[in-house]
Design a protein around this ligand. Structure first.
Ligand SMILES: [Zn+2]
Length: 318
């Protein structure tokens, strides 16, 4: 006879099946070059450790099913006044155009000494449309009328690529990439992408030229694909979500705690890899694409933040 299990009420059962929240503490104990600082926001009294702990503990309450027809969102935690809470798209850095860099680094068989981000991003948007995904991106209220996208992941892409290879940061970069990918971390793919990044960085000015135009192009091609985010960056949490089909209700979370969260739905990058490269003989390219997407995400966080944000991984509770 087995040991009799205690009966659980529905609340306890929900809690039992709730996704795991793995709290890694702060992103880093070395100083990253970006300016967004959770430590700074706490020091200035804009938030507190108590609020931050509460938000981290209750994070699962702010995840909802993703809407398959909703536009892809950026990881940016700022307020989107137009967003429909019932219709939230997955969050990835730079929205749909952001995937173009990962494709270029990890997969593209073209000569790395040719091509531009703008052409790569347009092709990525076309792939999204052919596959029935709703591409999306954003501006911010500060970028209107300027030669800026208003999306840190697009505007800072040259800096992000350069940050990824900074000798003083490369060990820390690899550590965080490993934390995101766990057993899927592949050293050969990591080093191969790093090599591609080095070649591309050598002609960074040429490759990234005019990249901010991608927001206008996307807006013209796909109606209602561009959001205009409001306010200043106040991200105190980085939440990486591995639970397929779910995404963070970022407005609701920031309204509740008056802090913001960078939310990355890593499951969407894995799904996109399978959609873009579905053939069994493309397994290697899928692995490289996911690795490149995660590598560029971590580099984006390094270029945007000082590393003092709380880092939480949300995983299926199997
Ligand atoms: Zn963005």
């Amino acid at each position: 006879m087995g040991v009799k299990q205690p009966k659980l009420d529905s609340k306890q059962r929900n809690r039992k099946n709730a996704p795991l929240l793995i709290d890694y503490g702060v992103l880093s104990n070395i100083s990253w070059p970006g300016s967004i600082s959770a430590k700074g926001l706490i020091a200035s009294g804009k938030t507190s450790e108590t609020i931050l702990n509460d938000a981290v503990a209750r994070l699962n309450e702010f995840y909802v099913p993703v809407s398959p027809t909703a536009r892809t969102r950026c990881i940016d935690g700022r307020h989107d006044p137009e967003i429909n809470e019932e219709n939230l798209g997955a969050q990835v850095p730079g929205g749909a155009p952001g995937a173009a860099l990962a494709y270029r680094l990890g997969v593209d068989k073209d000569d790395l000494t040719r091509g531009t981000f703008l052409v790569d991003a347009e092709e990525m948007i076309s792939r999204y449309l052919r596959l029935g995904f709703a591409p999306g991106g954003h501006r911010d209220e500060h970028s209107v009328g300027k030669l800026l996208a208003g999306c840190g992941a697009i505007d800072g892409m040259d800096v992000i690529l350069a940050t990824m290879m900074r000798p003083d940061l490369v060990d820390d970069h690899k550590r965080v990439v490993k934390e995101l990918l766990g057993a899927d971390f592949d050293r050969d793919a990591y080093l191969r992408n790093m090599g591609a990044a080095t070649v591309l960085n050598g002609r960074s000015a040429e490759y990234f030229k005019g990249r901010e135009d991608i927001i206008d192009i996307l807006e013209k091609r796909v109606k209602n694909s561009i959001a205009t985010l409001k306010g200043d960056h106040q991200e105190c949490i980085v939440a990486v979500n591995c639970v397929p089909g779910t995404t963070l209700s970022s407005n609701r979370l920031s309204d509740t705690f008056n802090i913001q969260t960078f939310g990355y739905d890593i499951w969407r990058s894995q799904q996109m890899a399978l959609k873009i490269m579905p053939r069994p003989d493309q397994a290697e390219d899928r692995k490289r694409f996911i690795m490149a997407r995660v590598m560029s995400t971590v580099a984006t966080l390094m270029a945007l933040t000082d590393g003092t944000q709380r880092f939480v991984l949300r995983m299926p509770n199997k």
